[in-house]
Design a protein around this ligand. Structure first.
Ligand code: ZN
Length: 498
């Protein structure tokens, strides 16, 4: 019985202003009747529920979310890209674990008396401390010191790298820099740098052909490990304890450049870098085109969120809403028996919150795949009404339309023919590298020169807080947005994309 209904709602529409383009759109009324808001709501609730634990990469809720999405796609009859709809995304997580510098009686650990910079030292080593005080680097010749850590006074701890580069000659194993002239400087560095250095970082374990990404990660890398040589910073009071002498004695030795009274204690040190393999999955299904064409439109939403850190970060808007909407689009297209001109690929990405890593894996997976993609429509946070819009009038932000006008035109035509909500272009600035357009998965596509747009209902005060809960979503607006998206996809597919 339903088969007949599908055919009725494929109403041919002839665009009068440009009769060379005949559009096939679905009438708003018919689509609205078919949008299953209860199902969208249920899916948002499932993804936001306690048992999905905020869907962060390190918890089982993340895996459950992927299986849930895959089971929904299966139920609809969307074609899987693998036997279980999953594309594995190999990642690696790195962080500093045990970092210390100690004598028999005194131990200092990272960000508690020392700041370590340099390559990992996986196994503990023991070295001699050699004090050289306040000295100009271009007069410093350190030879025969491969078993020593040389302790130096400098005027500015921020300039330690410059200092190292200016040293005339050195084969020292490592260095300790102390600024006794401004004691506060060390403690202020300890406070400022702690979060940055101790953060657990997740990196791709796959090849990334993205100049911008590689440049940024290289920069991040050089901040971490600027030079290979192990080097520490520490305050003078802690240094005095390592040497077992008074601060005054160290200052005096430095002033007179006479170090004969300063002992050379043996220290043990270690800077252990943990490298853990980590994995997420993209969930991918396809409605294949009738013409075995190899070209595809990717409709995407990320399913990961921030997990449960004391409180549940449900991520109902970010991005359970996007996942539920994209699932509903897939379900509707299957239900009306839509036969696309392009493959319509539904991609649900993992690890967006960690730097768009799921989508990055997707577009870098195989060149033939990325070459075949003609467009990406990415949905991220589509369930709310932001403070700039009233509840009475529907709206949706469209980003990327200015740059990728074909996609922009598909949306504006779809809107003028059906929903007539105000498409808001005010966030559309693809050239702003910190702008919203570059902060979600469409960025991975545009990095490969694939036209992409992002649709969103925008940011709000509950963004990335435990208050991003399902009860704050507006399902009347979501329904309208589904209608707009569905028609924009159909118009882009049939008429606007080659
Ligand atoms: Zn998001």
């Amino acid at each position: 019985m339903k088969i007949y209904c599908w055919l009725i709602c494929l109403i041919p529409f002839l665009c009068i202003s440009n009769s060379s383009i005949g559009q096939v759109v679905l009438s708003q009324r018919e689509v609205e009747q078919k949008v299953n808001v209860d199902r969208v709501m249920r899916n948002v609730n499932v993804l936001s529920s306690d048992s999905l634990m905020g869907r962060s990469l390190n918890n089982e809720g993340h895996t459950k979310a992927a299986s849930f999405i895959a089971s929904e796609l299966k139920l609809m009859g969307v074609t899987p890209i693998s036997n279980n709809y999953l594309q594995a995304v190999p990642l690696v997580r790195t962080y500093w674990n045990e970092v210390y510098l100690k004598t028999n009686s005194y131990t200092l650990t990272n960000f508690d008396g020392i700041i370590y910079n340099g390559n990992p030292i996986d196994e503990p080593v023991s070295k001699k401390l050699v004090f050289r005080g306040h000295v100009s680097p271009d007069s410093l010749e350190l030879t025969g010191m491969s078993d020593c850590i040389v302790v130096l006074f400098i005027d500015n701890l921020w300039k330690d790298v410059n200092f190292l580069r200016s040293i005339k000659k050195s084969d020292a194993y490592g260095f300790i820099f102390v600024n006794p002239f401004n004691q506060k400087q060390y403690y202020s560095l300890e406070r400022q740098l702690k979060e940055h250095y101790t953060r657990r970082r997740v990196h791709p374990r796959f090849r990334v052909d993205d100049d911008a990404y590689n440049m940024v990660s290289k920069l991040a890398g050089t901040t971490d490990i600027y030079l290979d040589v192990p080097r520490f910073m520490m305050p003078i009071d802690k240094l005095a304890k390592l040497f077992g002498v008074s601060e005054r004695k160290l200052m005096k030795a430095s002033e007179s450049a006479n170090f004969s009274d300063i002992p050379m204690p043996t220290v043990m040190l270690r800077s252990q870098r943990v490298v853990e393999p980590l994995e997420t999955s993209n969930v991918i299904g396809v409605i294949p085109s009738a013409t075995t064409g190899k070209r595809a439109i990717v409709v995407s939403a990320h399913y990961d969120h921030l997990g449960n850190a004391g409180a549940l970060y449900a991520g109902a808007d970010d991005n359970a809403s996007g996942v539920a909407v994209v699932l509903e689009l897939a379900r509707l297209l299957k239900q009306i028996g839509y036969t696309p001109k392009h493959d319509i690929v539904f991609s649900f990405f993992g690890a967006e919150e960690l730097g768009m890593l799921g989508s990055m894996a997707f577009v870098n997976y195989r060149k033939q795949i990325s070459d075949s993609i003609v467009a990406n429509i990415n949905v991220d946070m589509i369930g709310r009404v932001d403070s700039l819009h009233t509840k009475r009038n529907g709206y949706l932000y469209l980003l990327g339309a200015g740059k990728y006008s074909v996609l922009g035109d598909a949306f504006s035509l779809a809107d003028s023919l059906t929903t007539d909500i105000a498409i808001d272009y005010s966030l559309d600035n693809p050239n702003d590298i910190f702008g919203m357009f570059n902060l979600s998965d469409q960025r991975s596509f545009t990095a490969k020169s694939i036209p992409a747009v992002m649709v969103t209902s925008g940011l709000h005060n509950d963004y990335h807080t435990p208050r991003d809960t399902p009860n704050r979503l507006d399902y009347n607006q979501i329904k309208q947005r589904v209608v707009l998206l569905l028609n924009a996809i159909v118009i882009a597919d049939k008429e606007y994309l080659q």
